[in-house]
Design a protein around this ligand. Structure first.
Ligand code: PLP
Length: 397
């Protein structure tokens, strides 16, 4: 074992007994390369982050340029920092109207916390509704609305007043009442196993929230920025949330999260008292410069459409593998794809075989029989074919 790996195991807090443990030398495009020069095709994108590919030249250029101008200058919200303002404006152009005001954070979970706090303060209500199988992050508020008791229980007591409803069950929406501040949902559940709701579920949820005056929060941390073949997954159902939560691909590889709302809702954070929700590093100028370069690239190349086309191609090719080994079904939207296996052991075996052959995949946190594919949206047909060949061999070994 290399000294670096030994130090990794000894000094870096471990979060699982079996870390993938690639000793990363460099990463670019759809590839991660280890210290021995072995290339891995990245079908996980650092879990949904590298949508425009690793180390995109436009992002690297923006980072360098901004790093030479200024790094951190002041806590969030006090100074006019050009990259932050320009990114907020660009987000207002791409977000579904009337969502136009952005609060920047460092991560997805912080953005969820901010969205939940905003909803409580805006509505003056306390209760929250979430869905079984959901994942919204690991800080206390986000964990409180996380839909898997296995991950909540070791950290209880969490926030009171949270109700969990079955995902994609219209009849259950009647349980949302006028004590509810917000309903939080991933339009497509990621960690829950790439679960896509029926065509009428999200419109019905929007309708119910309107009836009782609850805010609707869409967590698009994983589904945002073209991942599902539209800029935001909400567009598939033509449903506009009151608050949209973003992170992962937002920063182009840099740590950046955001929640976006209407001017009226976001004004809640400006007063009574002022400075009641602040962050030192949220919306860091270098991260925002990277995010702006990334978003501009997405728009210039119509990356959501590319994701749609490549997603169809990948799903089509995956269909030809269904029935091989213990791979039973495939589903997805754009380049967020779930592969079902008959057992957790078969899933794990498949992922490990692919990994050994140079293909990075991952199973999902809450469904251990589902392998999630989330390659960079710039993936080529040749790279898809290479991955399919590796998966084919893994299913037969
Ligand atoms: C849907 C969703 N929401 C929130 C989060 C939390 O984001 P972060 O890890 O940046 O805190 C994640 C992370 O995987 C996620 O998938």
């Amino acid at each position: 074992m290399s000294i670096l790996r030994e130090d990794f195991l000894r000094y870096v807090c471990q979060t699982s007994p079996e870390p993938m443990g690639i000793e990363v030398e460099r990463a670019h495009g759809c590839l991660v390369v280890d210290k021995n020069g072995k290339e891995y095709l990245d079908f996980l994108s650092g879990i949904g982050v590298a949508s425009i590919g690793h180390t995109h030249p436009a992002v690297v250029h923006a980072i360098k340029e901004q790093a030479e101008r200024y790094l951190h200058a002041m806590v969030y919200g006090e100074y006019v920092q050009e990259p932050q303002v320009r990114l907020a404006r660009r987000l207002a152009e791409v977000a579904p109207p009337p969502l136009s005001v952005t609060y920047f954070t460092n991560s997805g979970t912080e953005a969820i916390e901010g969205a939940l706090k905003t909803a409580r303060k805006y509505t003056g209500r306390a209760d929250l509704v979430s869905f079984f199988g959901s994942f919204h992050g690991d800080t206390f508020g986000s964990l409180s609305v996380g839909g898997n008791p296995l991950y909540r229980e070791p950290f209880e007591p969490l926030l009171p007043g949270v109700t969990f409803l079955p995902f994609n069950a219209k009849a259950a929406l009647e349980r949302i009442d006028d004590r509810v501040a917000a309903v939080i949902i991933e339009p497509i559940q990621g960690e829950g196993g790439v679960r896509i709701p029926d065509h009428d579920f999200l419109p019905a949820l929007r309708h119910r929230c309107n009836e009782v005056g609850a805010l609707l929060i869409f967590d698009e941390v994983i589904t945002g920025f073209g991942r599902t073949g539209r800029m935001f997954a909400s567009e598939h159902w033509d449903v506009t949330p009151d608050v949209l939560v973003l992170a992962k691909a937002l920063g182009g590889g840099m740590p950046l999260g955001a929640f976006i709302g209407t001017p009226e809702i976001m004004a809640t954070l400006s007063a009574d008292p002022p400075l009641a929700h602040v962050t030192t590093f949220g919306g860091h100028p270098v991260c925002c410069a990277a995010g702006l370069a990334s978003l501009n690239f997405m728009l210039e190349t119509n990356l959501p459409q590319r994701a749609r086309e490549k997603g169809e191609e990948l799903i089509h090719k995956l269909h030809s593998l269904v029935g091989h080994g213990e791979f039973t079904t495939v589903r997805g939207r754009g380049l967020l794809i779930g592969m079902d296996f008959t057992s957790p052991e078969a899933t794990r075996h498949f992922v490990q075989r692919c990994f050994a052959a140079g293909l990075i995949l991952g199973w999902t946190l809450h469904r251990d029989t589902v392998v999630r594919l989330a390659p960079p949206l710039i993936i080529s047909s040749a790279e898809i074919d290479r991955a399919i060949a590796i998966m084919h061999d893994a299913l037969h070994s």
